[in-house]
Design a protein around this ligand. Sequence first.
Ligand code: B12
Length: 215
Amino acid sequence: MKQSLLDIRNAVTEIRDEDFNALVLRCLQEGHTPMEIVEEGLARGLEEVGRRFEEGEYFLADLILAGDMVTGATDMLREKMPAGETGRKGKVVLATVQGDVHDIGKKVVGIMLGASGYEVIDLGTDVPAAKIVETVRATGSSMVGLSALLTTMVHGIGEVVAGLVEAGLRDRVKVAIGGACCSQRLADEMGVDAFGESAIAAVRVFDGFRDGAAI
Ligand code: B12
C-alpha cells in the first residue's frame, strides 16, 4: 500500500487531526481516487478505532473525534467526485435505521451512487420506518438503501420491509442493506433483496436491481 494512504489510515487510528485535511489533499494530488482514500485510508483507520474501542483502549470521546475527522475529510472528498448524470438510473432512498446515528458509510454510499448516475434522497440518520415508506411512496422511488451499524437496531430493517408490505409497495421496491453489522445472512433473515459490503458493492447491487427489474 502507498505510504500516503497508510499515513491517512494511521492518522485516523491514532486520532491525529492536526493537518489531517492537508494529508488527504496530498493523497489526492498524488493521484489516488477519492474512493481509494475512503476505502483504503479512512475506513480502515476507523475499523481499527472501533477495535480499540471494543477492547477498552479507546473511549466514546475517541470515537467522536475520529468520526469528526473522517466526516470532515469525506465532505471535502465529496466535492472532488465527478458529478454523475444525476437521476439517469433512478431514485434511491437512503437512510440509517431508527436508533442508529452512524452516517459516514451511508454518506460515502450516497456519494458513489450519485456519481454513478442515481438521484439519492438521503433521509439522514435515526430514521423511523414510516418516514422511509412515506418517502418511497411520495417520490415513486423503486430502490431503498438502509445502513445499520448497531446490532441492537437491526430490527429497524425488518420494520421497513413490513411497512413496505403494508403499504402495498413491496412488489415494486428493492431494498439493500449495508453497514458494520450487516451480512448476507442478515439480509436473508430480514427479507431484503441484497447486502453490499462497501460503497463500490452498493453501486453493483443497485445496478443489479435495475438490470433485474423493469424500473
Ligand atoms: C465512528 C463511529 C461512531 C461515531 C459515528 C459518527 C458518524 N457521524 O457516523 C459515534 C461516536 C457517533 C458513534 C457512536 C456509537 N457507536 Co460507533 N462506531 C464508529 C466506528 C468506529 C466507525 C464507523 C464508520 O464510520 N466506519 C467507516 C465507514 C466508511 O464504514 P461503514 O459504516 O461500515 O460503511 C461502509 C460499508 O459498510 C458500506 N455501507 C454502509 N452503509 C451501507 C448501506 C448500503 C445500502 C450498502 C449497500 C452498503 C453500505 O459502505 C460503506 C463504505 O464502504 C465503528 C467501528 C466499525 N468497525 O464500524 C463503531 C461502532 C459501529 N460503534 C459502536 C457502538 C457500540 C457505538 C455506541 C453505542 C457507543 C456508545 N456507548 O454510545 C454509539 C451509538 C450511537 C447511536 N445511537 O448510533 C459499535 C457497534 C457494535 C455493534 N455491533 O452493535 C462499533 C462496531 C464499535 C465497536 N467495535 O464496538 N460511533
